[in-house]
Design a protein around this ligand. Structure first.
Ligand code: ACO
Length: 388
């Protein structure tokens, strides 16, 4: 029984709780619509680049040619990693999960900033750009080191997406692959007040620095119900292995109350618009790379799941094909969530900058259901469990 006398509503999972006003992102989960700063995700995927989209999210408007050039130059200038950070990455155990590496390295990045705390908006933006620029370098450096290769020095004049693929492999990527990667980064860059963005906002509301904010976001994105679902969705497709086995997999999973990864969403109660775009690229990539069996298996799982989940609001989300796309780009599965973080840093930092324009410390409440006034028990008299 609660000690609080007035009626209390607990918003478990904070469903439908608004924590701030925002001009960054609008999702219409009933109509399958997603807008960044008013621009539809379809328009941005068709015409923008990740750099332009990141600028849009952080500053609030589409950059002029000069502004975009300056933004790209700042990203390029910030991409190389400090020697100390590279040494640290070389010291991590090879078996480390790349998300743990990223979380630790972004936290360490703050140590190489002589003034991580700031209350100036422009400096916050500079730190956001610094973190955004370094994350691809961190992910690729660790991946190369764990494979006993030297990290690749970033080249200038490449897009953020192409630079990532280049630093990963040491080879200039195929322009189509770089384009697909670029679109994938645009699609993951922002998604309103999801779990990781909320974690970032909570941290920002304490006036902590941008490195702490981003570290909170990475830690939250780590879980399989959020960022990790893309890896799980691909593993499912690889395990099922053949379109003919999709139906029995889905029937068995649902019968055992298992979730089909890449399906369902707290906000979308219909198709996730990002899923549709990625599915198109997954089909094209499968044809180009001779991986039709993989794509066909994913489609078979999707078809079967939709049939059995008919009448429910559980539809494919962005993760149903993102892992397949990254896999066909030759990227190792455990790098998918770090790539998600690499892109979402744009949204995380944009929300931080916006929230701090009108900050209020986030401090919700928990309804206490325990006892009070228990007499202190001497150690020799304790039962070793909750006292009745
Ligand atoms: N497969 C089968 N059933 C599902 C699925 C799924 N993927 N998702 C939800 N359900 C069912 C639940 O079992 C539950 O059924 P019940 O009422 O009979 O118990 C019902 O739908 C409601 O589920 P909730 O967990 O309450 O719905 P919520 O809105 O919290 O779920 C979530 C959202 C966590 C994303 C969920 O759909 C899920 O676990 N999906 C799989 C993981 C995934 O793909 N995550 C990626 C999300 S997108 C992103 O983060 C980028």
């Amino acid at each position: 029984m609660s000690l609080i006398k007035e009626p209390v509503v607990i918003h478990k999972g904070l469903d439908n709780v608004y924590v701030k006003e925002s001009r960054i992102c609008f999702i219409d989960g009933e109509a399958s619509k997603l807008f960044y700063r008013g621009y539809s995700i379809e328009e941005l995927a068709a015409h923008s680049t990740f750099e332009e989209t990141a600028f849009l999210l952080i500053y609030g408007w589409l950059p002029t040619a000069v502004q975009l050039k300056q933004f790209i130059s700042k990203l390029s200038a910030n991409r190389p990693l400090e020697d100390g950070l590279l040494r640290l990455i070389r010291e991590f155990p090879d078996r480390s999960d790349p998300m743990d590496v990223l979380r630790t390295a972004v936290s360490a990045l703050g140590l190489y900033d002589s003034q991580p705390m700031t209350d100036e908006n422009q400096l916050r933006i500079d730190k956001a750009i610094r973190i955004l620029a370094k994350i691809p370098s961190i992910i690729t450096a660790f991946d190369r080191v764990r494979n006993h290769k030297d990290p690749v020095t970033p080249k200038e004049q490449m897009t953020h997406a192409a630079e990532f693929l280049y630093m990963l492999t040491g080879n200039e990527p195929d322009p189509y692959d770089a384009h697909v990667m670029d679109v994938a980064l645009i699609l993951h860059a922002e998604h309103e007040m999801n779990a990781s963005t909320f974690a970032c906002t909570v941290t920002a509301s304490t006036l902590a620095d941008m490195y702490s904010v981003t570290t909170s976001g990475i830690g939250t994105l780590r879980g399989p119900l959020h960022g990790g679902a893309n890896e799980a969705a691909l593993r499912t497709v690889l395990d099922v292995g053949d379109p003919s086995k999709a139906e029995s997999y889905v029937v068995d999973a649902l019968a055992h109350k298992k979730r089909i990864m890449g399906f369902g969403h707290r906000v979308y109660k219909t198709w996730d618009p990002r899923y549709l775009i990625l599915k198109g690229f997954a089909g094209e990539l499968a044809a180009r790379k001779g991986q039709s069996a993989l794509f066909d298996t994913a489609v078979a799982i999707e078809t079967s799941a939709r049939k059995h989940l008919e009448g429910t609001p559980i539809f494919p989300n962005v993760d149903s094909y993102s892992g397949i796309v990254f896999h066909m780009l030759g990227i190792q599965t455990d790098l998918f969530t770090p790539i998600f973080a690499m892109s979402r840093t744009a949204g995380w930092t944009a929300h931080t900058i916006e929230y701090l324009e009108n900050n209020r410390l986030i401090r919700p409440k928990a309804l206490y259901m325990g006892k009070v006034g228990l007499p202190y028990i001497p150690i020799e008299s304790r039962t070793g469990k909750v006292e009745e």
